[in-house]
Design a protein around this ligand. Structure first.
Ligand SMILES: [Zn+2]
Length: 360
C-alpha cells in the first residue's frame, strides 16, 4: 500500500547511517609524521582550459622533531592580506628542526588562488575561504581547501594561529585576538596565547557573523585558536610585518614548541623594548559603524585615537553634485578607533569604522 511504502521510506531515512563524506581530493606531498624539515605542497586537482589534468599547488612546510604539540600556522586565508604570508614564508625558510619540540605546520597562503590574484576571494570560484567552512570534498576549489583544513589539518593541531590583516578595504590597529567561548578553559588558553603574541593591542573579538569561519571550525574542535588583524590596505608595512614575525615566534615559544633563540616576548627583532599590549573589547554590535550612504569619506579620527560616544568618526560627502551636506557618522561607545574603511570612496553597507573599548 502507498501509505505503508511512505512509512517504510520514512523509517529507512530515520535509520540511515550518517552521511559519510568522500575523501578529500587534496594530496599532501609531505609526510606529516616524519622528523625534520619538509617543504612541499597540498596538491588540489583542478582541471581547466590551460591544464586539463592540472592542480592548484598550495605551498606548505612541516617541521617536526619528536613527539610534542602541533602548531598549525596560516596566512592569506584572505588573499590580499600580507603580514601573515610574509612572516610565514620567512619562518618556513628559516626554522630548523633542532629549534622545535613537536611539530609546526606552516601554510603561508591558505587560499592560494586568491593570494596569487591579490584578491580577498578566489578568482576561480569567488570563494571567501573564511566563510566556506566546514567546506565540501566535492565542492568548489575553495570549498575543497576548507574541507581539507577542517577534516585533515585541524585534527592534527593543538594550537592554531591564523594571521589576518584588513586587506584592500579595511585598516586596523595591530592586534592579536581571540573570541569569548562557551568553554572557559579553552577561552583562557586562547587569551593566554593572545597575550603571548604581544601585539601592540590584544582584542576580545566579536564577529559580525561567525558562520562558516575557520575560527569557528577550530574552536568547535577545542583548539587553542589565535587570530590577528595587523594592518591592511592591501599591503604590509615594516612595523606590522615585524609584529607578525615576532608574534608567531612568541606564541610558539609560549606553547613550548619553539625552543632556544634570544628574542623574548616584548622584544622586537631589533631588541627595541615593546610597550605593553593594550587590551580592547568589542562588547556589542555598537562597535561597528556601517555606511548608509555612498560617496566620498572624510575621516575625522585616525586609527588608535581615543573617541567618546557621540564623537564624529567620519563624514560621507555625496559626490553627484555640489552643495549637499555630508552624512555624519558618530561613535556609539567610548574607546579607540580600532579599524576603518580604507579606500576613499564608500558604498552603502560598507563597514566604515570599528570602535574598540579599552579594558582597564
Ligand atoms: Zn582576513
Amino acid at each position: 500500500m502507498p501509505g505503508q511504502c511512505a512509512a517504510q521510506a520514512v523509517r529507512e531515512v530515520l535509520t540511515m547511517a550518517p552521511v559519510t563524506l568522500a575523501p578529500s581530493p587534496i594530496t599532501p606531498t609531505v609526510d606529516f609524521d616524519r622528523d625534520g624539515v619538509q617543504h612541499g605542497f597540498l596538491r588540489l586537482p583542478y582541471s581547466r582550459d590551460d591544464s586539463a589534468w592540472g592542480s592548484v599547488m598550495i605551498p606548505l612546510t612541516v617541521v617536526r622533531n619528536g613527539s610534542g604539540p602541533t602548531a598549525l600556522l596560516t596566512g592569506a586565508n584572505h588573499g590580499d592580506e600580507y603580514e601573515g604570508a610574509v612572516a610565514l614564508f620567512d619562518l618556513a625558510q628559516t626554522l630548523t628542526a633542532d629549534r622545535v619540540a613537536g611539530r609546526v605546520i606552516i601554510v603561508p597562503a591558505m587560499n592560494y588562488p586568491a593570494f596569487q590574484a591579490g584578491t580577498r576571494t578566489s578568482p576561480i570560484d569567488k570563494g571567501n575561504l573564511n566563510r566556506s567552512f566546514p567546506g565540501r570534498p566535492d565542492g568548489t576549489v575553495t570549498q575543497k581547501i576548507a574541507d581539507y583544513f577542517a577534516r585533515e589539518l585541524l585534527p592534527l593541531a593543538d594550537l592554531v594561529m591564523d594571521i589576518h590583516s584588513g586587506g584592500r578595504t579595511l585598516d586596523f590597529v595591530p592586534f592579536a585576538a581571540a573570541h569569548v567561548l562557551p568553554d572557559k578553559d579553552q577561552e583562557a588558553r586562547c587569551f593566554a596565547a593572545v597575550a603571548a603574541f604581544a601585539a601592540p593591542f590584544s582584542m576580545r573579538m566579536l564577529e559580525i557573523d561567525a558562520v562558516g569561519m575557520y575560527d569557528t571550525a577550530a574552536e568547535e574542535l577545542g583548539k587553542t585558536f589565535v587570530t590577528t588583524e595587523l594592518g591592511g590596505g592591501g599591503t604590509g608595512r615594516a612595523e606590522t610585518i615585524a609584529i607578525a614575525k615576532r608574534g608567531v615566534r612568541n606564541v610558539l615559544r609560549h606553547a613550548g614548541i619553539l625552543t632556544g633563540g634570544q628574542a623574548a616576548e616584548g622584544q622586537s627583532a631589533g631588541s627595541q623594548p615593546v610597550e605593553a599590549s593594550r587590551w580592547l573589547d568589542m562588547p556589542s554590535g555598537d562597535c561597528f559603524r556601517f555606511a548608509e550612504d555612498s560617496g566620498l569619506i572624510e575621516a575625522c579620527v585616525d586609527l588608535g585615537q581615543p573617541v567618546r560616544a557621540g564623537d564624529l568618526l567620519a563624514r560621507i560627502h555625496p559626490i553627484g553634485r555640489t552643495g549637499l551636506a555630508p552624512a555624519e557618522y558618530r561613535a556609539a561607545l567610548d574607546g579607540i578607533l580600532a579599524a576603518r574603511h580604507f579606500p576613499g570612496l564608500v558604498k552603502a553597507g560598507d563597514c566604515i569604522a570599528v570602535v574598540g573599548t579599552v579594558e582597564s
